[in-house]
Ligand binder design. Structure first.
Ligand SMILES: [Zn+2]
Length: 225
């Protein structure tokens, strides 16, 4: 991890940001695609926050007119210090407000899901659930608008199902699985969806990895003793 100086695109003051010099991920990602370590622990370094004006962005030096106008507003500034969420989650939630204001639905979705991951890291369950439910709503909105945010539609459905399941909205997770039943074209995602169906049925809201979905599939096909 390196530090380097940048000029904030909103307030024009100089600040230091952490830069990820190398990144690797060893092992299976989570069902919602959160990477395995080491990349997993870069969450706080993948977004920067200007200590002067509170601008939160992946790249602090670039700011649009829409960013500059929103950062000064009460809604943004109160999110920045909202004590219901950990600090890194607030940075992502602020970035989500900026994404929303500039109609960037794809980044809006991932900012919200990243906020949930930041809440997971601090063990703030209610805050994580609230971010996941908002991420799911943004995902549904992307479907309506025909905007892709996660590769193919099958993968996007699997990510939304996981967000709903982990936020304990088993009804909506189950309805989405039922609606998509039989139309999945991605074989890997089908394995994940089968696993999700089982977890939702058992009302299991725990964290699982994609590898667990494959182990589950193997167990299902194993001959009974
Ligand atoms: Zn600034």
């Amino acid at each position: 991890m390196d530090e380097h100086e940048v000029t904030c695109g909103v307030c024009q003051k100089q600040t230091f940001v952490r830069m990820i010099t190398s990144t690797n991920s060893m092992g299976s990602p989570d069902l919602d695609t959160r990477p395995a370590p080491m990349r997993r622990y870069n969450l706080g370094a993948e977004i920067s926050r200007c200590p002067y004006c509170g601008y939160c962005c992946v790249d602090l030096k670039s700011a649009t007119e829409s960013d500059i106008s929103l950062v000064g507003q009460e809604e943004y500034q109160s999110q920045l210090t909202n004590t219901d969420f950990p600090e890194i989650a607030n940075s992502y939630l602020c970035y989500a407000l900026l994404n929303d204001a500039s109609d960037d639905s794809e980044n809006h979705f991932w900012s919200m899901l990243s906020a949930a991951w930041a809440c997971d890291d601090e063990g703030t369950e209610d805050a994580a659930a609230s971010c996941r439910l908002q991420a799911a709503d943004i995902g549904f909105l992307c479907f309506e608008k025909g905007i892709s945010f996660g590769g193919d539609k099958d993968s996007e459905i699997a990510i939304i199902v996981d967000a709903l399941r982990r936020a304990k909205d088993f009804n909506r997770a189950s309805a989405l699985l039922a609606e998509h039943d039989g139309s999945c074209e991605n074989e890997t995602v089908q394995v994940v969806l089968n696993f999700q169906r089982d977890l939702v049925f058992k009302q299991d809201c725990q964290l699982y990895k994609i590898q667990h979905a494959f182990e589950h599939a193997e167990q299902q096909h194993a001959p009974e003793d």
